[in-house]
Design a protein around this ligand. Structure first.
Ligand code: 4AD
Ligand code: MG
Length: 442
């Protein structure tokens, strides 16, 4: 069985007055003993189908009339241009039910079930996530997400980057031990990777420009609007470049994602209530850059209690984003606030050559990156001062022992970028099956 016709094309007027055969799911249905109005849904839209007993005959009429919400059906008919809701409807001539829904076990997601659910609407929808995926909001989010993934691939491939994969079972931390997931590994311990970076650096002398899109794992105990335990990470690494070159790529990448969304998903963004002018601005503007010290000063002036040397958590980033209507970079964090791989600034080694990109509208960090410590003596000094054992990082140190070069890269949280650009309240709205400290089901 192949599907030839799509509701989206019918709505665009492509098949006016023609016969089409549509396959999809029953979205809504109402009517009388003679005529039935059935709203059919497929992945491209919804369309009203008008089913008249006198046209389709008793047997077909009964079977389509009894098809409950989310039954799958196939209907053939003529497309009519109307002045009703969608501008088009299908005058059905014949049809069959493909996948029945048992009346004793109807589709569980209903307004009343949501309002009556014990754990509240949010938990109810998370429990039924596998079914919630087919609702309009999730479908739009998933399409936006796909476009963002595509834009990342295009950005890097258009610039001769090589896509490269790192292992997900690893022996050491990249982003500090506190968020490592430990997994039993044949009598030993392994961890789920927090980032592709260290293994990308090993391939940097082979490929010079490389990127990936892969899951990263962090045992984030606190549940927040922007943390998942399994998130999708777009990362890049370049040889012969430093903090500024890496930042330029981050800025250009985010601008090009915003631009691609406007080209491919303007309709979905509008339907989600997003202000397109904002996205246009993110696609067109330059992103300002400020040093960590300036950020601390700005925060203190606003009466936020913050000490020099702290990494900036979400509550502080949120305040900082109020001063900007486009993403902005924070650079030169104190060395003590960042992991060992960040390169100390030769002009003032109290700081490292790094950057975070903060998304506006209160969203905060979407990118973290910078220049890498690239000489053997400096990396050993950094590992030792952090009190990290050298042993799991011998391969990483070797990259410096054999022809080290200046290099750097960044990681961008794709789910966070999707949340920001789609205007979602919570990161879990953007990923099909969100994982956090309390949920690994469904
Ligand atoms: O700032 P982070 O920790 O940087 C790194 O992992 C570097 N090793 C990346 C690199 O240089 N190659 O993480 C990078 C980004 C963050 O800016 C954030 O957008 C996202 O990954 N991220 C998360 N997204 C969702 N849930 C979480 N728990 C996340 N942790 C980080
Ligand atoms: Mg970070």
């Amino acid at each position: 069985m192949t599907k030839e016709f799509w509701i989206g094309d019918v709505l665009s007027g492509k098949y006016d007055s023609s016969e089409v055969e549509l396959c999809g799911w029953v979205h809504r249905t109402r009517g009388s003993k003679k005529i039935r109005f059935l709203v059919l849904r497929d992945s491209t839209g919804t369309l009203q189908c008008v089913i008249k007993r006198e046209i389709v005959g008793d047997e077909c009429f009964e079977s389509l009339s009894n098809a409950l919400i989310e039954s799958s059906i196939r209907v053939k008919g003529i497309v009519k241009n109307t002045d009703r809701e969608h501008g088009h409807e299908l005058v059905v001539e014949s049809g069959i039910v493909i996948g029945h829904v048992n009346p004793e076990n109807p589709f569980p997601i209903t307004e009343s079930a949501m309002s009556e659910a014990d754990g509240g609407e949010t938990e109810f929808l998370l429990d039924n996530r596998h079914l919630y995926l087919r609702t309009g909001r999730m479908t739009k989010m998933l399409k936006i997400r796909s476009t963002v993934f595509g834009a990342v691939h295009s950005y890097f491939r258009d610039r001769e980057f090589i896509e490269y994969q790192a292992p997900n079972f690893v022996a050491g931390a990249v982003e500090g031990g506190s968020t490592l997931f430990e997994v039993p590994y044949f009598g030993k311990k392994a961890y789920l990777t927090q980032s592709w970076q260290l293994y990308a650096e090993a391939a940097m002398p082979a490929l010079e420009r490389l990127y990936t899109i892969a899951p990263s794992f962090r045992a984030e105990k606190s549940r927040t609007r922007r943390h998942l335990t399994e998130f999708w990470h777009a990362e890049m690494e370049i040889a012969w470049g430093g903090n500024v070159e890496v930042m330029n790529h981050g800025e250009a990448l985010v601008r090009s994602i915003a631009g691609t969304l406007l080209e491919e998903r303007e309709g979905e963004l509008i339907e989600l209530g997003r202000d397109i002018g904002l996205i246009q601005n993110y696609a067109d503007s330059k992103y300002p850059r400020m040093r960590y010290d300036e950020a601390i000063e700005a925060l203190q002036q606003k009466g936020v209690s913050v000490e020099w040397g702290q990494d900036l958590d979400y509550s502080k980033e949120k305040v900082l984003t109020q001063d900007f209507d486009v993403p902005h970079f924070l650079t030169h964090y104190p060395r003590i606030a960042k992991p060992f791989y960040h390169r100390p600034d030769p002009d003032d080694p109290k700081y490292v050559l790094c950057h975070d990109l903060l998304a506006p509208e209160g969203y905060g960090e979407i990118i973290g990156g910078g220049e890498r410590t690239w000489s053997e003596s400096e990396i050993l000094e950094r590992i030792d001062e952090e009190g990290t054992p050298r042993e799991p990082y011998e391969f990483y140190i070797d990259v410096r022992r054999y022809g080290g070069v200046p290099h750097g890269g960044f990681g961008m949280g794709i789910d966070r970028v999707c949340a920001w650009l789609s205007g979602a309240d919570h990161i879990r709205e953007t990923i099909p099956f969100p994982r956090d400290s309390r949920r690994v089901t469904p």
